[in-house]
Ligand binder design. Structure first.
Ligand code: HEC
Length: 267
């Protein structure tokens, strides 16, 4: 998030021009930054090929470069989750299937690097599919429970709370104490600009701006697990540090709420 703030600052400082994308079509997130030299452009194309490649199970006579799928896997290609270089889809509204999300798994304790300890059987991530002969690990399913919230002026809005469940667990029940974290695939564009910014500059920027980065809102579904269908819903889910903002929003008149939403969607 701090990097996102710096990225916005860099784009503003540069007047936006070199980073603007001339064609705002469905492929806008997949294009190279302008002004790439010959070698970086070659790398861009090669990398783009890898990003789109559907991996296959070996051995194969003609497709040696694409071998490497399995024995367990999530999707056949990178772009299956990072859709067109943008973020992944929200859970399927029909059946709750999460196709471009990753479910991280853990048990109490720490791994060798201080991160969450992986599940002893399923590891650190649920992998729904397996090559023939290898059962997939199972599927994460997200369904939503809707409930009303009354705002200060009496307007009632509906919030949906995600409920995570599992189907077809291939290697037995998770057991007690399993921890889960469902994550949607983030957009992949703009990462190079952020990489080019030295960490010290990013930290200094965050310090001089109160350490509170801007939030970058994405289209269609909001929040990390895609639960919020509208910006208003995303704001109303804020708790903890942002509880104040959430309560303030709920207390606004409908005209003020509309103005705030208009601001956020015009940034
Ligand atoms: C099953 C879906 C899925 C597939 C397939 C997938 N990703 Fe991701 N990717 C994710 C998720 C989810 C995250 C965010 C992880 C997190 O928040 O911990 C992520 C994060 C990333 C990030 C970090 C982005 C950031 O802003 O920090 C990069 C870069 C990335 N993936 C590239 C790739 C590449 C390259 C491939 C193919 C080799 C790939 N991904 C395949 C789901 C996927």
């Amino acid at each position: 998030m701090k990097r996102a703030a710096l990225f916005l600052a860099l784009v503003c400082l540069s007047g936006g021009a070199p980073y603007e994308n001339p064609a705002l079509d469905g492929d806008a997130f997949n294009r190279p930054i302008s002004g790439l030299g010959e070698t970086p452009m070659r790398n861009f194309r090669a990398g783009g090929g890898l990003f789109r490649r559907a991996w296959i199970i070996g051995p194969s006579v003609d497709e040696n470069e694409s071998i490497g799928l399995g024995p367990l896997y999530n999707r056949l290609s990178c772009i299956a989750c990072h859709v067109k270089g943008g973020r992944g889809a929200a859970p399927d509204p029909e059946n709750g299937a999460v196709r471009s999300m990753v479910l991280r798994l853990g048990v109490p304790g720490r791994d060798a690097h201080g991160g969450p300890a992986p599940h002893p059987v399923y590891g650190g991530q649920l992998q729904p599919d397996g090559i023939p002969g290898v059962p997939g690990e199972g599927r994460a399913i997200v369904t939503f429970e809707e409930g009303p919230v009354t705002l200060g002026d009496g307007a009632v809005v509906s919030l949906r709370r995600p409920h995570l469940s599992f189907a077809d667990l291939g290697y037995g029940a998770f057991g007690d104490g399993v921890t889960t974290s469902l994550r949607n695939a983030p957009p992949t564009f703009g990462l190079g600009l952020l990489e080019a910014a030295p960490d010290d500059d990013i930290l200094a920027y965050a310090r001089t701006h109160g350490g509170r980065p801007n939030l970058v809102w994405d289209a269609a579904n909001y929040l990390h697990d895609g639960r919020a269908r509208t910006l208003a819903e995303a704001i109303l889910w804020h708790g903890g540090e942002a509880q104040h903002a959430r309560d303030g929003f709920a207390a606004l008149s409908s005209g003020e709420r509309d103005a705030l939403l208009a601001f956020l969607t015009s940034l």
